[in-house]
Design a protein around this ligand. Sequence first.
Ligand SMILES: [Ca+2]
Ligand SMILES: [Ca+2]
Length: 538
Amino acid sequence: MKNKRISGGRCGLRLLSLLMIFVLCAAALFGCGSSYKYKQELNIVDDNYRNYYEIFVYSFYDSDGDGIGDLNGVTQKLDYIQDMGFNGIWLMPIMPSDTYHKYDVKNYCEVDPKYGTVDDFKKLVDEAHNRGINVIIDMVINHTSSNHKWFLDACSYLRKLDKDKEPDASECPYVEYYHFSKGKLSDTYYRVGNTDWFYEGSFWSEMPDLNLSCEALVQELYEAADFWLDMGVDGFRMDAAMHFEENEPEFNEQVLNGLYEHCREKNPDFYMVSEVWAGYSTIRDYYASRTPSMFNFDAGNTEGKIIKTARGTLRAAGFVDAMIRYQDDFSAVYADYIDAPFITNHDMGRVSNALMNNENDIKMAGGLLMTMSGSPFVYYGEEIGMASSGSKDENKRLPMIWSSDLSTKGMTKGPADADRNITSAFEAVDKQQKDKTSILNYYKRALRLRNENPEIARGTIVKVESLCDGNQAAITKTYNESTIGIVYNTSDEVMSINISGTELSDMAIRGYLTLNNEEITLKDGVLTMPAQSICILR
Ligand SMILES: [Ca+2]
Ligand SMILES: [Ca+2]
């Protein structure tokens, strides 16, 4: 009866407000993020602890419509990269090469024409620096392309050389740049034409190995480094560092250190991260090179500690123990080390595949990575749970999915030999940006937490013993006399964790990561943590 007296207009208003209340209640119930009240001021320290984004330029963003990603495309996406919270990018090789992946260089002082020009690169570096983003590039010095002028000249010299004569470097200096030998020294040696000469190609016949004990070659590589440093490059990612000379780690460490110190003369803030894809103790030992970072293949890869913890086969307490072991072991070899953890990279199946497209586990993996010490590296597409397929390399390097509409500007066509019709289980960037509970927005909050709390990357870890048990674990991290707490619940259940009487008891919630933005509360010393959640306290 009452309703009859209300005019149509007011009735509409009341319905509207009821609807709004319903929407708000639903949002609160399903945790749509409206309740997060812990956004802090940014506190980004300008040093070599950074949040890196690994970019395969070819598959990232195409600026000129030829279907191949390029440097101008990366420049156009710097706002996206910055908005996500990254303050460093690693560009996979950009130097001229005949392969799509470009890990076989033809000229160390040029940009591959498919990617753009030297001027495009300078512009990219300047625009990145304007946004506080450092740029590091892949430096591939274990081998060159078989079409590098050095190798072509050396081979043509050897072809003309009399059978009974030894090569003379004063006639052709490049014969000393590679590992040439009379006779096939191993399975990875290949014949030069129809001569008696062979060369080492440890990865592939078309990637001849360089001889890094040749002083003239090393000087040329230093000059190449100067070329990139002069354009403002902030660091190098050193490819295949343990293969410079097989089974000669001390020599390889000297090569790394020599280049690092050379670059530091020009830029004292120069950064270097090296690929030593090996077991844990080998990675640790390479810190004897006294260069900043080794990729942490113990934490990363599809069977690494991060993915295992996200999957639940390693528990939170075990994950924390691993983090402390990294800290103790790496610092014992090199006090100034910066750990370089990652989940996967361009050589591995993607995290979405390793975790069977389980969105919760994918988020958990991102959260674990983003609370680790050092400089985390995120492979492009990880932030949207992009798919890979099988063991074929091309299928690990598919086009970044900016939109589900493939005709959208900037979409690349990807490597020619990649399988078609590999579908991602998750939405494209444009949709995930609008969805508060997407993987992308989870990463964004995780990166934000790092950018609010410099202790996460730089702090010295101490375990809170009494809170470490199975799927729950807690640590403190202290940097510049400021201490934060990090508490993990890696289980599928809500946990009540009593922090009173521990090192965390005087702390308050500073921020958190939950699967779908559910709240974490701290009441009377008890943290209530939803399934697979991480809480930062201070
Ligand atoms: Ca292009
Ligand atoms: Ca080698």
